[in-house]
Design a protein. Structure first.
Length: 685
């Protein structure tokens, strides 16, 4: 059960009332009868409560508005956008912002009076900020510019951008505040401030407007109890009243008005932008909508910049693998590889040390552990990791390894198995040192202690309780991208190690050669060609195409939204999807075509003697076939495909792949489940 900041239950709280900046009418599900009205109906609409409760809906709404709402809600739970109407109130025309939605077998219509004051200035301000936000290249600058733009549009005293962590605690990462003594930048807030029930409401309605924390709740009449009806769930609207717990919390942090805008990530809430005013203030619906649009635009830009950063990281990993691939034909000791490339890998993965364990051999660079301790770690991993693709930990002091070895300052470990032999794996170990950090928490000590396991000490700041937590036993978390990249690197290292083993174990040459071919040419999961084998085939095909003048093309594709498959069903189901996908694609190819796994969920088809038009036709057949296949557990999936025809004598394998990759990226940007042809020119972006 979720708890509020007071530790009290907030499960499904519903209040039979609204905030006072608008009025509300509750109709039956067919919009034929008035059931309830807010007590301020006379003030806002000029209609007495008695008259409203005894009138037909069309007499209150007008037949045109009634029909429009009824039609819009016939197949939807709410209006896709608010309506702006003019209505005569006490002899003068008044503009209203109208929102309608279904709730508990009722139709709810909210009316919010609008004022034209300030609207003329709003458009140029919003357009100017949109233009500036669209040009920002740094994420931190974008986040700071976002809070500044919201303050410029709404006028709130403090605008705070907070990001959720994996435990739903929030950290203020950007802020603008008129009173520096009340700044909350870099402060943390416990998950209980916004419990799961409230987060679920933000998914339904990302906006929460509270013009006056201390305003009296406007009751609904007659009450739900009088009608023997459930209290309304007003989540989808704007007028929902504050719960006592929320009101108490805002008073404790000395806020008199607030506006919150939830920010949705790919799978769940990413964070929340919160506007605070230290006195009651009412922003117009136009300002509120402008703020929402600015948040939407800025966060999409932020996610794009984050994707670019990840792409840069993955390209650096690819470059490193390209360097490592030059060692494949040489007999190089793994220790020499680590000495040659270790510093680059440490910088790439932001780690303090790297170790390789294989065949009772230990090689390391940077700050790791003693050799005998690394051997203990490897044996523990082999015994306890099972079939997992990697083992990641950011607080080794809380792991079983703390009792087995002297960790010193090592706090983070990413361990990836090296597929050297079928029954015995080596390990690639990446270490991170502990990083001392302090977090300043806002809230009650007993609530924060429920979220943390470290001592807290009180600081007198801001006029409310601040609790400082010091952590010196944790390392930065290993991201999913880092884990996948380390797995790719481990595969290449496994090949290099195997080559070395072949030269050293001449007496077992036949067995070692067979093992090398299996590792070097076949993807262990899908049993199709791996990246190395595909690179050899593409190089050979490019040479033949140049010599004999025949065309050749490649198809690069991956599974759309594959991350959601892993997140929802687990990596085992994700692996099953990749295996089945490889089988389905292989069944539709010619004997002369070759299929390989390029990495992760990416696959590549080498279409020999195929022009661009022929390759596009092949890609379209594959795309159409895949979207008809029913995958176990997951159901339907789709793929996005980039197609590129080689330019004989003018480009390398890598350039050909980059053009196909850019085409695949355009397919995803254009809506996914598409085929896009590569440009003959490589984009500089």
């Amino acid at each position: 059960m979720a708890t509020s900041i007071e530790g009290q239950s907030v499960s499904d709280i519903r209040i039979d009332g609204i905030q006072s900046f608008g009025c509300l009418i509750r109709f039956d599900s067919l919009l034929q009868e008035v059931l309830q009205v807010s007590a301020n109906l006379q003030e806002k609409l000029g209609i007495s409560i008695d008259k409203a409760l005894t009138s037909a809906p069309k007499d209150i709404l007008g037949s045109k508005l009634q029909q429009r709402i009824k039609q819009s809600l016939s197949n939807n739970l709410r209006l896709s956008a608010a309506l702006i109407i003019n209505r005569q109130v006490l002899g003068t025309y008044q503009r209203f912002y109208v929102m309608a939605y279904r709730s508990d077998d009722s139709i709810i219509i909210e009316f919010e009076p609008l004022s034209r004051s300030g609207e003329q200035r709003l458009m140029p301000i919003v357009n100017e900020w949109l233009s500036r936000l669209a040009q920002v290249q740094q994420i931190e600058l974008l986040q700071q510019m976002l809070v500044q733009s919201i303050q410029a549009v709404t006028g709130y005293d403090r605008v705070l951008l907070c990001q959720f962590d994996s435990h739903w605690n929030r950290t203020a990462i950007a802020e603008v505040c008129r009173n520096p003594s009340r700044s909350l930048l870099n402060y943390r807030f416990p998950a209980s401030d916004i419990p799961a029930q409230v987060r679920n409401r933000y998914v339904i309605q990302p906006l929460r407007n509270i013009p006056d924390v201390n305003a009296q709740i406007v009751p609904l009449t007659p009450t739900s109890a009088d009608l023997d009806l459930p209290q309304l769930d007003l989540t989808a609207g704007m007028l929902r009243a504050l719960s006592p717990h929320h009101q108490r919390y805002l008073r404790e942090i000395k806020v008199a008005a607030s506006l919150s805008i939830a920010i949705a990530g790919e799978q769940q809430l990413w964070g929340i932008l919160t506007c605070h005013h230290f006195t009651a203030v009412e922003v117009s619906a136009a300002e509120r909508d402008a703020a929402f649009n600015l948040v939407q635009m800025a966060t999409q830009r932020m996610f794009l910049l984050q994707a670019r950063q990840q792409a840069t990281f993955l390209q650096q990993v690819l470059d490193s693998r390209e360097l490592l691939s030059t060692e494949r034909d040489k007999v190089v000791q793994p220790k020499a590889l680590l000495e040659k490339y270790g510093k680059n890998w440490m910088q790439l993965f932001n780690c303090s040390g790297i170790a390789l364990l294989y065949h009772d051999q230990v090689s390391c660079t940077g700050e790791t552990l003693d050799s005998y301790e690394l051997d203990i770690v490897g044996k523990w991993l082999s015994e306890h990791n099972g079939n997992k693709v990697c083992w990641a930990c950011d607080q080794l002091s809380n792991s079983p390894l703390d009792k087995l070895v002297n960790l010193r300052s090592r706090a983070g470990l990413l361990a990836v198995p090296l597929p050297i032999e079928q029954n015995q794996s080596g390990w690639l170990l990446l270490f991170r040192n502990a990083k001392k950090v302090q977090f300043s928490w806002v809230g009650k000590k007993q609530i924060i202690e429920a979220e943390t396991s470290n001592p807290l000490h009180r600081v007198e700041e801001r006029g409310y309780e601040i609790w400082v937590e010091t952590i010196d036993t944790e390392a930065p978390r290993w991201s999913v991208k880092e884990q996948h990249a380390a797995q790719d690197l481990a595969e290449d290292l496994a090949v290099a190690i195997t080559v070395h083993q072949i030269s050293r174990l001449n007496t077992e040459l036949q067995r070692a050669n067979k093992q090398l071919k299996e590792i070097a040419h076949t993807d262990t999961l899908t049993k199709i060609w791996n990246r190395y084998r595909m690179e050899l085939a593409i190089d050979a095909e490019l040479a033949a195409a140049e010599r004999y003048g025949h065309p050749c093309s490649i198809l690069l594709f991956d599974v759309d939204r594959f991350k959601s498959v892993n997140d929802t069903y687990g990596h085992d189901v994700g692996d099953q999807v990749l295996t089945r996908l490889a089988e389905e694609v292989q069944s539709k190819l010619r004997i002369s075509d070759n299929l390989g796994r390029w990495g992760g969920e990416e696959f590549i088809v080498l279409a020999s003697h195929n022009s661009l038009e022929e390759a596009i036709a092949l890609a379209e057949r594959l795309r159409q076939h895949i979207e008809t296949v029913e995958f176990k557990t997951v159901g339907k999936i789709t793929v996005s495909i980039g197609v590129a025809e080689a330019i004989p004598g003018k480009e390398s394998r890598r350039r050909l792949f980059e053009r196909a990759d850019q085409a695949m990226y355009r397919a995803k940007q254009s809506g996914r489940n598409r085929v896009e042809a590569a440009s003959t020119e490589l984009s500089a972006s």
